[in-house]
Every structure is written in structure tokens, then in C-alpha cells.
Write a protein that binds this ligand. Structure first.
Ligand SMILES: Nc1ncnc2c1ncn2[C@@H]1O[C@H](COP(=O)(O)OP(=O)(O)OP(=O)(O)O)[C@@H](O)[C@H]1O
Length: 262
């Protein structure tokens, strides 16, 4: 079970001239500080897939980076199976698998070597690493390119390699930042099937996306954030019920309600 309570992250604006027009007009900008995430809470239980939605710049990546311990929150609490991961970031990294927006693969290494390198960082036994790579390569349909250098990989090959690398150590919970962005239909389906398999194994999965059809297909629960604040938390059916079953309209409704409340 992953629980996030009242998470917030403020960045100091080093150079206000570099802010976009949209950011300059954003209510989260207060003087020299940008309150990227102001109050985000949600929870994801074992066997559950949670879809994290929000418009561009809402704070999804910032939230997921805090959850992965890549970024230290300004305030709030993150618990994994009751354990406070902010107090114990090293343990958290063992428990979590995190796919970030930038795959950051080593171009001169093959897919297999990239995955194995992470396995070694997690102090896995070499035999187990080799077995696990075979397992993941089958699940993610990677056998045809596993032993090629990553530098010339397509977006789909890179993303599959990055996902395999993120979960090589069999984490207790998986966090994926826009896992299907830029993928073709076949690769998207492979990634969605992979998430479905994690769910069958009762591993909680949190993923951000702009594709509402994926949320409809896969998610048990939905969290919508806008301008750094949670504006919807609930199960998929109650999300769809906001608008007679239309995912797009339900999404727009949550944003409009938030605007009305502000
Ligand atoms: N290091 C930083 N310093 C200053 N502002 C930042 C920093 N990182 C993120 N932000 C700002 O915080 C806001 C939220 O960004 P974030 O990347 O979390 O949004 P997002 O919901 O993931 O957006 P998208 O859907 O476009 O990926 C943006 O306005 C962004 O410019």
C-alpha cells in the first residue's frame, strides 16, 4: 500500500525571466518561489492500479519524483506499507521501481547490459539477474533487440528497456511516469499488458498519463491534480459517473469544479 498525505514541493525561482508566460500568470508563483505541488494526497492498495491525471504542468512528474525519492518534498508524508520512506530513502529505493520521463539509458551498452547494471546496483545475484532479464525480455517483447546497443534504439525499444531496468529487482510497488508516451499501438499494448500483469501479482502501480482510454482500460482508481492540488480521488466508476461515463468529460468536470472552488 502506498499512501501520500499532503505532499508539497516548492522550487526557488533562480531566474524569473526564464519563466514561461503561463508560469508567470500561475497562482502557484509567489515572489521568488514556485509552489509546484501544494497539496497532493492519494493512496494505492495492493493489486490496484492508480491513474494520475492532470493538465500539462499540473505537478504529476514532480509528485512522482517525490514518491520515488528523487526529489525531497517541502512537506507531507509518503508511506509504503506503513513505512515512512522520507525517513528511509535507501529502503524506499529497494521497495520501489520508478520509470522517469527521461529513460537515461547508457547508449554504448546493450539493452541487456543496461538492465544488468541496475540489477548489480541493487546487489542482485548475477544468476538471478540473468534469469530476470530473460523473464522481462519475454514479457516486454524485447528478445529481438536485447543484445543491441541502446544508442540506436527506437522510442519503444528504449521505453521497454527502461521499464525492465526499473523493475529488475522485483519491487513491492511500481511508479511509471507517462510510460506509453510516444509509443506505437503495439508497444503501448505490450506496456499495458505488463502493467496488468503487475496488478495480477498484487503489486500496486501508479502511473501518470494523458491517455484517458488507458485509464479506462486499466485503472481501479483515479487521481486528478490541477495546479499542484488534488481535485479528484476515487475509484474509476465514481470518476466516470461525474459525466455519464465519458472519461474526457469527467476529466474536464473535475477541473471546472476545482476552478469554481478556487
Ligand atoms: N526544478 C524546477 N524548478 C522550478 N519549477 C519547476 C521545477 N520542476 C518543475 N517545475 C514547475 O512545476 C510545474 C509542474 O511541473 P511537472 O513537470 O510536475 O508537471 P506535469 O504535471 O508532469 O506536466 P506534463 O503533463 O506537462 O508532463 C511546472 O510549471 C514546472 O515548470
Amino acid at each position: 500500500m502506498i499512501e501520500i498525505n499532503g505532499l508539497a514541493k516548492t522550487f526557488r525561482v533562480e531566474n524569473p525571466k526564464k519563466l514561461s508566460e503561463q508560469e508567470k500568470a500561475d497562482p502557484r508563483l509567489k515572489g521568488r518561489f514556485f509552489h509546484s505541488v501544494e497539496n497532493v494526497s492519494f493512496s494505492c492498495d495492493a493489486g490496484e492500479v492508480l491513474g494520475l491525471l492532470g493538465p500539462n504542468g499540473a505537478g504529476k512528474t514532480t509528485t512522482l519524483r517525490m514518491l520515488s525519492t528523487a526529489l525531497k518534498p517541502s512537506s507531507g508524508q509518503i508511506l509504503i506499507n506503513g513505512e515512512d520512506i522520507l525517513a528511509n530513502p535507501v529502503i524506499a529505493r529497494k521497495k520501489l521501481g520508478f520509470l522517469s520521463g527521461s529513460t537515461g539509458l547508457y547508449g554504448r551498452l546493450t539493452g541487456r547490459e543496461n538492465i544488468a547494471y541496475f540489477g548489480r546496483l541493487h546487489r542482485m545475484d548475477p544468476k538471478r539477474i540473468a534469469e530476470r532479464i530473460e523473464e522481462l525480455a519475454d514479457l516486454l517483447d524485447m528478445q529481438s533487440f536485447l543484445d543491441r546497443r541502446c544508442e540506436n534504439f527506437s522510442t519503444g525499444m528504449k521505453q521497454k528497456t527502461a521499464i525492465a531496468r526499473a523493475v529488475v529487482h522485483q519491487p513491492d510497488a511500481v511508479i511509471l511516469d507517462e510510460p506509453t508516451t510516444g509509443l506505437d499501438i503495439m508497444a503501448t499494448q505490450t506496456v499495458l499488458d505488463f502493467i496488468r500483469r503487475l496488478k495480477e501479482q498484487r503489486i500496486p502501480v501508479i502511473f501518470s498519463t494523458h491517455h484517458l482510454d488507458e485509464v479506462d482500460e486499466l485503472c481501479d482508481s483515479v487521481t486528478v491534480i490541477d495546479k499542484g492540488k488534488t481535485c479528484f480521488n476515487g475509484d474509476l466508476d465514481s470518476f466516470k459517473a461525474l459525466s455519464d461515463g465519458s472519461m474526457h468529460q469527467a476529466f474536464l468536470t473535475t477541473l471546472q469544479r476545482q476552478k469554481g472552488a478556487a
